[in-house]
Design a protein around this ligand. Structure first.
Ligand SMILES: Cc1cc2nc3c(=O)[nH]c(=O)nc-3n(C[C@H](O)[C@H](O)[C@H](O)COP(=O)(O)OP(=O)(O)OC[C@H]3O[C@@H](n4cnc5c(N)ncnc54)[C@H](O)[C@@H]3O)c2cc1C
Length: 474
């Protein structure tokens, strides 16, 4: 077995940015995938389309020891380091041109402690995999709306999903984590050990280290009442949907996608290509109460399709289409109100899009998420009322400018008093938008911790919190 540190030091001396693939292969327990290898193209592919980067090497780490060595390799060679768990980065930060991809997707161990109602989960698991495994015991932790999203990136940014109003963000159920910091050390962080780092990774993304595993609290969530409800998209339906979602008990979390109807078999052909409301509802409580709470949503208009029913919780994550790599112009924001006039404006903008699909995703927040003090975690938007994600999907790269202009115009028309942004839905939008994710004191505190835990900004391919040193030009 090659001594990793010596091999790197020798390479660095001869050439700071070349790496020997054969030496890496013998040095790592996990898989080392290089240009020319079968599977290289698949391994560098990420969820979003239009991202075509060629890393010098992809290292599918096997354990925390491997992670630590990849971090040291990046530090010693000066090669750019991309961290990848589920590869759903909206900004494409999980792959680099010419650098090293640290890929955690082979680290999927999950240990559920049913009595304690906790789980230790390796960062390479997806939300769907965790949810299915925990449901075998009638238990759940809340993640996002899509099964294939990695728990790695989702958790570190906050995690807003179907249990957000009942149990809060994913980070509100994060009890501990193991993190490899920029110096290659493996640290255990929780409410008692490295509390500052524990605070920072609950919203601060991948800025502070590589999370190898997380300890989550589990809740009793076995059967839910939920699923998709398709309604006609009128200003009244949209505004009333939001009003009902805000007034509903916390057991109910909703996501209303006001969007171009896809040609799905259960949507009548007359709606295909027209605007509809595709809502996802999850009532995490008694079935009878759930049916009662959801009834007024069904009564908003004659549903186009109604697939809401009692189901096991993992069924909220239906199978996903293999090889689906959308290209989108998107924007995330928070708003305070969606009344009839705002709803009208949303529909007008969606109609004006020339993308093959346009969507305004509306998520009513509040409940348990809002009861956590803003300063308790690096995710500080506790009082934000409604999260809005706008997107136009398109096929031709040369249409990019058109769709970016549309989404910019749409977002500025919709802007109200809340100027914040949720870090996990940010694209590659520049420093001001990263600042929007971390308002006021949160930013100062994160800067301070960044300068302590990652003074050279090794972990920069992310929604980057530039170190205080760099900020002051030092
Ligand atoms: C289709 C889709 C649906 C989504 N739905 C939701 C939703 O409902 N709720 C929600 O909150 N978010 C949602 N998101 C956003 C999602 O949370 C972020 O894109 C998240 O970063 C994805 O995590 P990942 O592990 O899949 O991505 P990756 O691309 O693997 O990681 C994204 C970034 O996170 C950091 N990172 C990832 N893993 C680690 C790690 N182990 N250690 C350190 N840093 C790491 C890195 O900086 C990396 O570049 C959605 C995204 C998509 C594309």
């Amino acid at each position: 077995m090659v001594n990793k540190t010596n091999a790197q030091t020798q390479q660095q001396a001869s050439n700071p940015i070349t790496i020997s693939i054969p030496e890496l292969r013998s040095a790592f327990d996990g898989r080392v995938i290089a240009p020319g290898d079968p599977g290289y193209d698949e391994a560098r592919t990420v969820f979003y389309g239009g991202i075509d980067r060629h890393p010098a090497v992809i290292i599918r780490v096997k354990d925390a020891n491997d992670v630590s060595h990849v971090v040291s390799l990046a530090r010693d060679t000066g090669l750019e380091l991309a961290i990848r768990s589920g590869a759903h980065s909206v900004a494409g930060h999980c792959v680099t041109d010419g650098g090293i991809v640290l890929d955690l997707s082979d680290m999927r161990d999950l240990k559920i402690n049913v009595e304690e109602r906790t789980a230790w989960a390796e960062a390479g698991l997806t939300a769907g995999e965790f949810t299915t495994a925990a449901n075998a015991y009638g238990l759940a932790t809340g993640f996002g709306d899509t099964g294939s999203v990695g728990i790695g990136g989702l958790t570190l940014g906050g995690g807003v999903g179907y249990l957000v109003r009942k149990y809060g963000l994913t980070i509100d159920d994060l009890l501990a984590a193991d993190v490899v910091t920029a110096d290659g050390q493996l640290l255990h962080v929780d409410a008692e050990t490295h509390l500052d780092l524990f605070w920072a990774i609950r919203g601060g993304g991948g800025n502070f280290g590589v999370a190898t595993r997380f300890k989550f609290r589990l809740h009793e969530v076995d059967k839910i009442v939920g699923g998709m409800l398709f309604l006609p998209a009128t200003p009244d339906v949209v505004a009333s949907f939001i009003a009902l979602a805000e007034a509903a008990p916390e057991e109910l979390s909703t996501i209303a996608n006001v969007m171009t109807a896809p040609p799905m078999p259960f949507i009548p052909a007359e709606y295909h290509g027209k605007l509809i409301v595709m809502a996802m509802l999850v009532y995490a409580g008694e079935v009878v109460a759930g049916e009662r709470v959801i009834a007024p949503f069904r009564a908003l208009a004659k549903p186009i399709a109604d697939m809401v029913r009692p189901m096991r919780y993992p069924e909220v994550y239906p199978p996903e289409q293999e090889g689906y790599h959308p290209v989108a112009a998107g924007r995330t924001m928070f708003v305070d109100t969606i009344d009839r006039s705002v709803a009208e404006m949303i529909l007008e903008h969606l109609r004006a899009s020339t993308g093959f699909m346009a969507v305004a995703q509306l998520r009513v927040l509040g409940g348990a998420m809002a009861r956590v003090p803003a300063e308790a975690t690096a995710f500080a938007h506790r009082k934000s009322r409604i999260m809005v994600n706008l997107a136009a999907l398109y096929n031709q790269p040369d249409e990019k400018m058109t769709h970016e202009a549309w989404v910019t115009d749409f977002a500025s028309a919709l802007q109200q008093d809340d100027s914040g942004a949720y870090v996990n839905f940010l694209g590659d939008e520049g420093e001001a938008r990263v600042r929007a994710a971390y308002p006021g004191q949160t930013w100062e505190r994160l800067l301070d911790l960044k300068s302590r835990y990652d003074p050279t900004n090794l972990f920069h391919l992310n929604q980057n919190i530039s170190s205080a040193k760099e900020e002051s030009g030092g």
